[in-house]
Design a protein around this ligand. Structure first.
Ligand code: MLT
Length: 263
């Protein structure tokens, strides 16, 4: 797995295919392996790059007590710069979507197209913020297995296979507890970025699992309206639509990319 050092930090990334580049940003508290199916399917038309964010997967542990969405976006731009990559088709799932929106706000010139998957542009409600604090306390006190057990039930639909569930458990239980706590704080402080979508002048697609309870269809519709982009509801799946129904998500990405300037 290739790696590169930028911003005094070592980043590992998965890569397959040839230019133009599609950059895939993973969700919380996951890693780049969540994109394996999409990379496999789409590498015939894109150089698919899926990094492990700072503190996640095989990238170095983080010493920061807060991992903000802006920090991750700046890291990704530094990675692109170091690899000599100018523009990308950007794809982000859930927390990866929050990072994608921060990147779109601060570096809009780096995006050819944007795909927002099972995510939202709104900020956390007061209840959601309190829930982040409770989750951080619990992880700090008890470690990751309780969080994994709680999350798997809401990440996927009832019909998800035991293999999919065990794969998610591996990702969550392999994530450093301190990164989980720091990312919960970072997500809690993220702003509403709906206006970023209204200001973008590139093709945008919004994808959501029919049974996504973490980023429901109403949130996806809110983003699609703001961006003037297409909304795709993936039938029968939950929050992890790229893993639960890889062909449907890949087909939507191909359609989006065909609207971008590189095809
Ligand atoms: C994710 O899947 O990245 C998380 O559910 C995002 C969140 O907690 O808001």
């Amino acid at each position: 797995m290739p790696h590169i050092t930028v911003n005094d930090h070592e980043f590992f990334y998965r890569e397959l295919g040839s230019d133009p580049v599609a950059l895939f940003i993973h969700g919380f508290p996951l890693d780049s392996t969540m994109w394996l199916e999409q990379i496999q399917i789409l590498s015939d038309s894109r150089r698919c790059i899926a990094p492990d964010l700072r503190g996640f997967g095989r990238s170095s542990p983080s010493t920061r007590s807060v991992l903000s969405m802006e920090d991750h976006a700046d890291d990704l731009v530094a990675v692109l710069d170091a690899l000599g990559i100018d523009t990308v088709d950007l794809v982000g799932l859930s927390m990866g979507g929050y990072v994608a929106l921060a990147l779109a706000e601060h570096h809009p010139e780096r995006l050819r197209t944007l795909a927002l998957v099972d995510t939202k542009s709104t900020e956390d409600s007061a209840d959601a913020k309190a829930g982040r604090d409770a989750a951080a306390e619990r992880v700090a006190a008890e470690g990751r297995s309780g969080l994994a057990a709680d999350m798997i039930g809401v990440l996927v639909s009832d019909s998800a296979s035991t293999w999919t569930r065990s794969r998610l458990r591996t990702m969550i239980e392999s994530t450093h507890a301190e990164s989980i706590v720091a990312a919960l704080k970072g997500m809690k402080q993220r702003p509403d970025r709906t206006a970023v979508l209204s200001n973008l002048s590139i093709p945008v697609a919004v994808i959501v699992g029919e049974h996504d309870v973490l980023s429901p269809i109403a949130e996806a519709n809110h983003m699609a309206v703001a961006a003037g982009g297409a909304l795709t509801v993936v039938a029968g799946v939950g929050h992890m639509s790229p893993i639960e129904d890889p062909p449907s998500v890949a087909e939507t990405l191909r359609t989006l990319w065909s609207e971008g300037s590189s095809d």
